[in-house]
Design a protein around this ligand. Structure first.
Ligand code: GLV
Ligand code: MN
Ligand code: MN
Length: 426
């Protein structure tokens, strides 16, 4: 049985074109028209195989390949739990071709390869496209996988707005998703054997070391805030420097101190990022009256995230007090770090060895749907190299050879898990 890496790459290209915007940029922000096109194209690949995917209450697309001993299997008996392969199709603004889409298309490729070889799995196989993983539009990510895992939906406010003022609940409604009903997407734990996600590394370790496969051990947690500093709008020509309460100057002081706070209070994997900023009134001759920016902290340990968060808040209060401005340090979302399951990791290692590919155990600094899924289900992730470690960029690239290897390992992992279930022993 051979996975068709060329077909995977072709489909990634086709999906990328769904995100085309005027002016040559490519994005498929969650619940946008481009996302709709991508989701429809993806569902159409399954329909061509005779599988009609369903959409759950959170907008996740689920395509099922029945198992021999599954709920609808020929051999009637106790239904077996499903093996899940999932990732996301939404992207960050100006994102690349591989982040998320690779995991979805690889899941489709496993189904197509099994169907064309006539091999029946014992377990049902669910390929899942999780809705709004990136959180780039409304601020908090992993929404579909959160609902699927039965997590509290408190981080996904229906009134959160995107940059155009569209509310989350309205964007969801345009896709037939009722925010109040999203909890119904929660999947019973007993119906899932385990979840697998193939993803690009989004960092440079595999690429630098020439290792084709990464086996993820743990995924960093992430805490997001929205910070607003309020000063005084005034005339940029006639207000003397010592009379100003410039919100942006205070913001700049705070933001530029973040790296030293992370260095002093974090560890090797700690990161903090300000990725968006809005200045009001945003005019060339007006002293900024307020600035609002995102703040994101990540680490492999929750106490480290909390320590950096407190130190950043302390610095913010010092900076604003000294500049006569005020601040609001608003909580947006928090997801704790998660360990991947030993049984799934062992199956991935075995699959890599059988395929003759070297692999490295490694943590993930990027988050993934597997982070939130791991609260409820045994999860494992396979990484392949990102050329030059670039991701969340149009320059994101993984070679066809590495994609082929990742797909081979994914299929072999599915076959191993289908055969032996989860084997946690060393
Ligand atoms: C998702 O890709 C993230 O780590 O931001
Ligand atoms: Mn991403
Ligand atoms: Mn991703």
């Amino acid at each position: 049985m051979k996975m068709d890496g060329v077909r995977v790459v072709r489909r990634l290209e086709e999906l990328y074109l769904c995100g085309a915007h005027d002016g040559g940029a490519y994005s498929r922000l969650a619940f946008s028209e481009e996302d709709r096109k991508g989701r429809e194209l993806f569902a159409s690949y399954f329909r061509a195989l005779g599988i009609d995917p369903l959409t759950d209450a959170a907008g996740n697309i689920i395509a099922r390949l029945d198992g021999e001993e599954g709920e609808k299997g020929e051999k009637a008996g106790a239904p077996l739990p499903a093996i899940l392969i999932g990732s996301h199709l939404d992207t960050v603004p100006g994102g690349g071709k591989y982040d998320g889409a690779l995991g979805c298309v690889a899941g489709l490729e496993v189904v197509e390869t099994l169907l064309s070889s006539g091999k029946r799995l014992r377990h049902p196989l669910d390929v899942v496209v999780f809705a709004d993983e990136e959180g780039a539009r409304f601020g908090s990510g992993m929404m579909g996988s959160g609902a699927f895992s039965g997590a509290s939906l408190g981080d996904f406010s229906p009134t959160a707005e995107d940059s155009a003022g569209v509310k989350r609940a309205d964007a969801l409604a345009a896709f037939g998703v009722n925010w109040k009903e999203m909890g119904k997407a929660a999947r019973e734990r007993a119906t899932v054997l385990c979840s697998l996600e193939l993803h690009i590394e989004q960092g440079g370790s595999l690429f630098k070391s020439g290792t084709p496969i990464g086996v993820v051990t743990a995924i960093a947690g992430v805490k997001r805030r929205e910070v607003t500093i309020t000063g005084e709008m005034n005339h940029a020509g006639s207000t003397r420097m010592h009379d100003r309460k410039d919100a942006l100057v205070a913001g700049a002081r705070f933001i530029s101190s973040a790296p030293e706070i992370v260095a002093a209070h974090g560890d090797a994997y700690s990161v903090a990022t300000v990725g968006t900023i809005a200045v009001r009134p945003n005019a060339v001759n007006v002293i900024p009256g307020s600035c609002t920016f995102s703040l994101e902290i990540r680490d492999q340990e929750l106490p480290v995230i909390e320590r950096i968060d407190s130190e950043l808040e302390r610095r913010l209060r010092d900076v604003t007090e000294a500049s006569g401005t005020t601040c609001n340090f608003r909580f947006i979302s928090s997801t704790s770090p998660a360990l991947m399951d030993d049984g799934v990791k062992n199956a991935i290692i075995k699959a890599s060895e059988e395929a003759g590919y070297s692999c490295s155990l490694m943590p993930s600094g990027a988050f993934h749907d597997s982070l939130t899924l791991a609260r409820s289900f045994p999860c494992g992730m396979i990484f392949i190299p990102s050329v030059n470690g670039v991701s969340h960029s149009p320059e994101e690239f993984s070679t066809e050879e590495d994609i082929q290897k990742g797909c081979d390992v994914l299929l072999r992992t599915v076959l191993t898990l289908d055969n032996t279930g989860l084997q946690s022993g060393a």
